[in-house]
Design a protein around this ligand. Structure first.
Ligand SMILES: [Zn+2]
Length: 171
């Protein structure tokens, strides 16, 4: 090697140039990692820009689909695609109706409209429903005292397995 001769560095020029090489390598590495950072950032920006394109394309598609549904003129070569969307929407509607039909329901105490079991107000006429579950029923606390005292002693009363009957038989 010739850089180290016995007990000390004999050739400072070699040492300096070696150190410079190390510094150059380190500097190059730092620059490279900086470039990698820049590239990562750029890749991210590219995907952001691609997202923008996708969003605009979606908007274009939605606009054409609306025209198609309204019976307007659309480019002939995209009619099949638009018809496919319409078919999918119809499928979704059918499935949603099936779900809605299988839900438990009740009828509005005022207008008779079909409501979901948990509906407190009628979606059609807005009337407050009185057949909501007793646990969450606050309104009836005042005016339903009469019915509460009308001989119904417990949950089993309607089934005829009521505790008052036991009491009666004992008395
Ligand atoms: Zn109603």
């Amino acid at each position: 090697m010739g850089m180290y001769a016995g007990e000390e560095w004999t050739d400072m020029t070699d040492f300096e140039s070696a150190m410079k090489k190390v510094a150059d390598v380190l500097h190059a590495a730092a620059r490279k990692s900086g470039e990698i950072l820049e590239n990562t950032k750029m890749s991210y920006n590219i995907s952001m820009e691609r997202d923008k394109i996708t969003k605009i394309q979606n908007k274009i598609g939605e606009k054409f689909y609306k025209i198609f549904k309204d019976g307007g003129a659309v480019p002939e070569h995209i009619v099949d695609d638009l018809a496919a969307i319409a078919a999918i929407e119809e499928t979704i509607r059918t499935m949603e109706k099936t779900i809605a039909d299988s839900k438990p329901f009740k009828f509005c105490s005022d207008c008779g409209a079909k409501l979901e079991l948990n509906d407190i107000y009628c979606a059609k006429c807005g009337a407050k429903q009185h057949d909501i579950s007793p646990a969450s029923d606050e309104e009836d606390s005042d005016d339903s005292d009469d019915s509460a005292d009308s001989g119904e002693c417990c949950d089993e009363h309607d089934k005829g397995e009521c505790c008052s009957e036991d009491e009666k038989s004992e008395d």
